[in-house]
Design a protein around this ligand. Structure first.
Ligand SMILES: CC(C)(COP(=O)(O)OP(=O)(O)OC[C@H]1O[C@@H](n2cnc3c(N)ncnc32)[C@H](O)[C@@H]1OP(=O)(O)O)[C@@H](O)C(=O)NCCC(=O)NCCS
Length: 160
């Protein structure tokens, strides 16, 4: 079985079957992700496999963002110009309930980093940013290398 990342396509991916345990994240995928993609608000990337390519194992949605310079730790601010730091926001990230604990959450974050590095060939991107919904999820992001911002405990960033 091969794992594949793909941009969400409502004709190919079964959004209605996806359940991660957080209703707001299920509803987002089912009801708003497609519209946000068409409107240029967020692009959703799904993780699927080649055996059942319609089944969404996990997803993340990404948007252009910025972070105030003062949110970065002093060591991450070095040599940066005195204006907002260009960023990509991981607006939502979720893994199907039945697939948790297999490393798919980390794979999705890795994919977001790869996309940021790819975007950086044409557009400046310094950090990925994310707002964790609680301290436990913040710990998940910290496990990947995200750092807490200076002002909000549940807002984190990852230099890329
Ligand atoms: C959080 C979530 C995306 C993690 O996905 P996952 O595929 O189960 O995570 P992984 O298997 O990649 O786990 C990677 C590591 O993070 C840890 N981890 C997983 N979920 C965690 C959580 N909720 N809190 C803290 N650590 C967590 C794992 O123990 C693992 O650590 P290890 O490598 O030391 O064993 C998933 O549980 C989920 O979809 N939760 C519901 C939605 C949600 O809360 N999304 C975040 C929105 S802010």
């Amino acid at each position: 079985m091969a794992l594949i990342f793909s941009v969400l396509d409502g004709r190919r991916h079964h959004r209605g079957d996806f359940t991660c345990g957080v209703a707001a994240l299920d509803d987002y995928l089912r009801q708003r992700a497609g519209q946000h993609q068409r409107d240029g608000i967020a692009t959703t990337h799904v993780l699927i496999d080649d055996v059942q390519p319609a089944r969404i194992l996990g997803y993340c949605s990404l948007s252009a963002a910025q972070l105030c310079l003062r949110e970065l730790r002093a060591e991450d601010r070095k040599r940066l110009p005195a204006y907002p730091v260009p960023a990509i926001r991981v607006g939502r990230l979720a893994v199907s309930k039945s697939e948790k604990g297999k490393g798919y959450g980390l794979l999705l974050l890795g994919h977001a980093v790869n996309l940021a590095l790819s975007v950086r060939q044409t557009l400046g991107v310094r950090v990925l940013v994310v707002d964790a919904k609680d301290a436990q999820v913040a710990a998940f992001y910290e496990g990947f290398g995200f750092r807490r911002t200076a002002t909000a405990a549940l807002s984190l960033y990852l230099p890329v």
